[in-house]
Design a protein around this ligand. Structure first.
Ligand SMILES: Cc1cc2nc3c(=O)[nH]c(=O)nc-3n(C[C@H](O)[C@H](O)[C@H](O)COP(=O)(O)OP(=O)(O)OC[C@H]3O[C@@H](n4cnc5c(N)ncnc54)[C@H](O)[C@@H]3O)c2cc1C
Length: 490
């Protein structure tokens, strides 16, 4: 869009010229998120997503001043943490100001007695975890990107991860927020008490709002005592059917902290990239983690092993050594990206990937996986599913050869089918990565009439529509990026 010189001058006066960047290299670096790399890179050769200016915020007052300028001048603002989103959540699709919150990264308080911590938005999850560990507590939501992502980004995306099965998503661990609004005011939502029945829940409104309402400048999060012990049960099955059925039986008997599905291609790739790994070479593998006091863990291990055996696994191992458990999880967290390493080495032909993260009622998981397999094979596309079986969150990712227009067109058609089916089965277009720009076209289908009320709420907080426009839903000349890609292929 281009921003006026007077606005640029105001920004420099407000936060200091050394925190305002307009050089091409910096703008380019901030035009991506992690989902962009494998997919939108194809798009971005055709469409520009670069901001006009990058501002690094170091304090609440920096954020307030930037928002005031943006609101006066009606310039879009895209808040950004570590940029690890996978749905184009923090790419500046309308240009304008990219507001980098990573310099605001202090852990202001850890209070095990009150079971809470107070943090700035730019704190990286792993650093928070290490600090909390010294106090004997932990913050259970842990996305696969925990080494990089910020707490602000987690809250804004309502991120979760392998532990959501038992502990829920980020949403369940936020007590209160300090939020800077486009009009320059700063509001506090919620309180430090562990429960409250007082008024509308504005805290939860901002959780998952993806930077479309205001900027989170401080968060009070819940923490809890770290479980004394954990064990990981890894079972390999000769079919996805058996693996899912086994998982469903486990969930009827125990509440594991994690219950994951990993399919053959990932296993082969992970074992190849990390030769010390011990994943079994089966068609489908489930990873079941149980935690708690030692006695509880052993009781749960016994129950899980018994249930797993019922479905005749090809292999069954119980890991209690922390190093083994960590290594297996580490590979699982980066499974999708490890596959991309193989592409780089040209060991796999296919390159473009689209990461789905639909959520389903638990009883519909198998039906959905079969549907995906059927539709993908009709269209001649490879899908490599894995996901969080414990809460019905599946990553049925497609991989396509970017130079093949025919293959890309089929893959994009498949995306539509996969999303529509998830919604038809009572599920969601996104269980953890958020809507961003990529899922925005499906919000009408997902929410129907209630989308109108979401739009009304946005108008209250952001009447000029400056906050991360083009995300959460499509409007005006906004279009489905995948549709655009299809058109550009004609
Ligand atoms: C390898 C890998 C594994 C992943 N695994 C998981 C997983 O297991 N589970 C999961 O849920 N996600 C996962 N993700 C996605 C992503 O990491 C998470 O959504 C993460 O929480 C995003 O944090 P971030 O700091 O990178 O935020 P960003 O990507 O920078 O931003 C996310 C959104 O929040 C907004 N935002 C950022 N900061 C603020 C703020 N202070 N105020 C208001 N809005 C703000 C942005 O505008 C954007 O809409 C994974 C990503 C990768 C690359």
């Amino acid at each position: 869009m281009g921003i006026p010189d007077r606005a640029l001058k105001r920004l420099e006066d407000a936060v200091g010229s050394d925190n305002v960047y307009t050089d091409d290299a910096v703008l380019y670096a901030y035009s991506w998120d992690s989902g962009s790399l494998p997919l939108l890179s194809i798009l971005s050769r055709r469409f520009r997503f670069t901001p006009d200016v990058v501002v690094r915020a170091r304090s609440v007052s920096d954020v307030v001043e930037v928002l005031k300028v943006a609101n006066d001048e009606k310039i879009p603002v895209t808040p950004r943490g570590a940029g690890t989103s996978l749905s184009g959540n923090c790419i500046p699709t309308k240009g304008g100001i990219l507001l980098d919150l990573t310099p605001m990264n202090s852990i202001k308080e850890v209070s095990p007695d009150d079971r809470l911590a107070v943090v700035e938005p730019g704190v990286v999850h792993r650093r928070l975890e290490e600090e909390l560990e010294e106090h004997g507590v932990f913050f259970p939501p842990e996305p696969g990107s925990a080494d990089m992502c910020t707490v602000g980004g987690m809250i804004a995306n309502n991120a979760s991860g392998v532990r959501a099965c038992k502990y829920g998503s980020t949403r369940d661990w936020v007590l209160s927020l300090k939020v800077a609004l486009p009009n320059g005011s700063v509001i506090n939502t919620g309180c430090r008490a562990l429960k409250t029945a007082s008024g509308y829940n504005l805290t939860q409104l901002f959780v998952g709002s993806e930077g479309t309402l205001g900027v989170i400048v401080e968060a009070t999060i819940k923490v809890m005592p770290k479980p004394e012990s954990r064990a990981l049960i890894v079972a390999g099955y000769s079919s996805i059917d058996d693996a899912v059925k086994s998982a469903q039986r486990i969930l009827r008997r125990v509440t594991p902290s994690s219950l994951e599905l990993v399919t053959k291609r990932y296993v082969e790739t992970m074992n190849k990239v990390m030769p010390s790994l011990k994943y079994p070479y089966s068609e489908a593998v489930i990873m079941v983690e149980v935690d708690g006091f030692k006695g509880e863990v052993e009781d749960s291990v016994k129950a899980v092993v018994e249930v797993c055996r019922h479905q005749s696994p090809e292999s069954l191992e119980v890991y209690r050594d922390e190093r083994d458990i960590e290594e297996l999880w580490h590979a699982r967290h980066y499974a999708g990206f490890i596959i991309l390493r193989m592409f780089e080495r040209q060991e796999l032909r296919i390159k473009a990937v689209h990461i789905h993260d639909v959520g389903l009622p638990l009883s519909k998981v198998l039906e959905y996986l079969k549907f995906a397999e059927r539709e993908a094979s009709k269209l001649g596309i490879s899908v490599l599913p894995f996901g969080h079986l414990g809460d019905g969150n599946l990553h049925v990712n497609w991989y396509a050869e970017p130079s093949s227009e025919v293959e890309l067109k089929s893959a994009i058609k498949l995306t539509k089918k996969l999303v529509e089916k998830a919604i038809e089965l009572g599920g969601t277009v996104s269980a953890e990565h958020g809507v961003g720009a990529l899922r925005a076209p499906y919000m009408e289908l997902q929410h129907g009439e209630s989308l109108r009320y979401m739009k009304e709420l946005k108008r209250i907080f952001d009447p000029n529509g400056i906050m991360n426009p083009g995300k959460l839903w499509t409007e005006g000349d906004d279009r489905d990026f995948l549709e655009k890609l299809l058109e550009s292929l004609h």
